[in-house]
Design a protein around this ligand. Structure first.
Ligand code: CO8
Length: 259
């Protein structure tokens, strides 16, 4: 990955964990058009880079993960451009959800509107104890437009999601954990905790992790169970499966090849 970005920082460590930081701290990392374009390019390059094994998405500065779509840019939208930018943002966030390596949102402060939607597009969410999540779009006369009405509902259920969306209230870290919106709450910087969780995940069979992401993505869909069986069967033909089961039977640690 050799791209230089103006609004994002990308750094991949020796374990293949890429930390993607939205870097507009003076505007609480609000997602303007430039950030979205760069996010799109960054996700494409992550997808193509075989050295990247997992991703942490976070925000620069002490205060915010991402405080939403850029309200200045939103204020100029009309019905046609509004639908278009909503769809474009949805497509970029879907690309994140579609990554087949684990993606964790490390929520280090405000994750509001588009910021909460970005976190929801990640596979897992770890929040600092000062984080506040929410979808306050109704306070601007809008609804969430980057997939939030769909993903929040999947995450916490219809009634709770509609309550959060209609009140637009901020959900503090502890409540977010209680309702299943975040996986974990930590003191201080959640990036380190996200990396620690990824270290555990990256010790498992890589093809199994990929298929787990794919299978869970189909939960609730009509063919979810069939998809699970197909992905399970596929794994039974992998070297990782042979290695994992042999290692157990031989009472040793597995050494996975990812094949
Ligand atoms: N957009 C643009 N600028 C922002 C945003 C934002 N979402 N959030 C903060 N900023 C800017 C502020 O304007 C301020 O800039 P400046 O210093 O130049 O005045 C700077 O960041 C610091 O912010 P504050 O001074 O407001 O910081 P506070 O600590 O006082 O408050 C808050 C922090 C509570 C997070 C406050 O900034 C706030 O309420 N921000 C807006 C939160 C919000 O409503 N987010 C949702 C936006 S709508 C959205 O995300 C829709 C997504 C779907 C779109 C789909 C179609 C396009």
């Amino acid at each position: 990955m050799n791209q230089d970005f103006e609004t994002l920082l990308l750094a991949t460590d020796e374990n293949g964990i890429c930390t993607l930081t939205v870097n507009r701290p003076e505007k609480l990392n609000a997602l303007n058009n430039k950030v979205l374009n760069e996010l799109n390019a960054a996700v494409d390059s992550i997808k193509d880079d075989l050295k990247v094994k997992a991703v942490v998405i976070t925000g620069a500065g002490e205060k915010a993960f991402v405080a939403g779509a850029d309200i200045k840019e939103l204020s100029a939208l009309d019905p046609v451009s509004g639908e278009k930018v909503s769809k474009r943002g949805q497509d970029i966030f879907q690309k994140i959800e579609d990554l087949t390596i684990p993606v964790i949102a490390a929520i280090n402060g405000y994750a509001l509107g588009g910021g909460c939607e970005l976190a929801l597009a990640c596979h897992l969410r770890i929040a600092s104890n000062n984080a506040a999540l929410g979808l306050p779009e109704v306070s601007l006369g809008l609804i969430p437009g980057y997939g939030g009405t769909q993903r929040l509902t999947r995450a916490i259920g219809k009634a709770k999601a509609l309550e959060c969306i209609m009140t637009g209230r901020q959900i503090k870290a502890d409540e977010a954990f209680e309702i299943g919106l975040v996986n974990q709450v930590v003191e201080g910087n959640p990036v380190e905790e996200a990396k620690a969780m990824l270290h555990k995940i990256l010790k498992q069979g890589p093809v199994a992790i990929k298929n787990a992401i794919l299978a869970v993505k189909h939960s609730g869909s009509e063919n979810g169970f069939d998809t699970e069986a197909k992905l399970f069967g596929e794994l039974c033909g992998t070297a990782d499966f042979k290695e994992g089961t042999s290692a157990f039977l031989e009472k040793r640690k597995p050494s996975f090849s990812g094949k």
